[in-house]
Design a binder for this molecule. Structure first.
Ligand code: SAM
Length: 223
């Protein structure tokens, strides 16, 4: 499918898919959305709530690597093992135009970290910084079979409008099984059908205020 780079409301860029009229991030602000949904409500919450000093994170799907970059920066007080699953990797020329290092305060460090994240081999864990390691897995979400492995999941699939098959009980059961007890899943989505699918597989689900431009989001915990 054709992919175009566009600017979002907070000045940060994202990828737009014209055929689906869908974006990789919120049109209101890619950076604002990632910071609110995944860093504040996911990463910061999990560290504080469960007194974590080591975290294993799964991202659905890795896409541009923006969430991974922000996690390496804003999660630097803990040791993080990050797994990003992605079936359709973003191309180097697209990453260059997205220029995500420029959204962080220390451009040179951010650029080196971002480049390294994209240069490492797929399927192998590699140290990106002294306390952040990354494993990129090129496969579909449907192929995930991990058990009791992760403390936190960033569930960042395209919306149910375009990929309803990714917001089902089957997929959330895979997510539930892949989390440890007290594991947390965060997503930008807030639909009732999504919340019910999460609850049906055993999650305890909260509705939280969403990022700018979106009223609510969901956080699910495997109690
Ligand atoms: C909303 S975008 C993710 C944005 C990403 N978190 C970021 O910060 O750039 C959804 C991602 O899921 C990937 N994807 C879509 N369907 C998939 C599938 N069935 N299995 C694996 N990846 C898939 C897309 O290629 C895309 O990168």
């Amino acid at each position: 499918m054709e992919r175009k780079i566009i600017n979002t409301g907070d000045g940060s860029a994202t990828i737009h898919i014209p055929e689906w009229n869908e974006q990789y991030h919120s049109k209101h602000g890619a950076l604002q959305e990632a910071m609110h949904v995944f860093i504040k409500m996911g990463l910061d919450f999990t560290i504080a709530e469960f007194d974590k000093f080591e975290l294993s994170i799964l991202e659905i799907g890795f896409g541009t690597g923006l969430n991974a970059l922000l996690t390496a920066f804003y999660g630097s007080t803990v040791k993080i093992d990050y797994t990003g699953v992605e079936a359709y990797p973003v191309k180097p020329e697209e990453l260059e135009v997205l220029d995500y290092a420029s959204v962080l305060p220390d451009f040179d460090t951010a650029e080196a970290v971002f480049n390294k994240m994209h240069q490492i081999d797929w399927e192998k864990s590699a140290a990106i910084t002294s306390n952040f390691s990354l494993k990129k897995q090129e496969k579909t979400f449907q192929e995930i079979e991990d058990q009791d492995t992760f403390d936190l999941i960033y569930f960042d699939a395209f919306g149910a409008r375009v990929q309803p098959e990714l917001w089902t009980e089957d997929i959330f059961l895979k997510m539930y099984n892949s989390l440890k007890v007290n594991g947390v899943l965060v997503t930008y989505a807030a639909k009732g059908s999504v919340r019910r699918a999460m609850q049906a597989v055993g999650f305890t689900v909260e509705r939280l205020p969403g990022p700018p431009g979106k009223r609510e989001m969901l956080r699910a915990v495997k109690k």
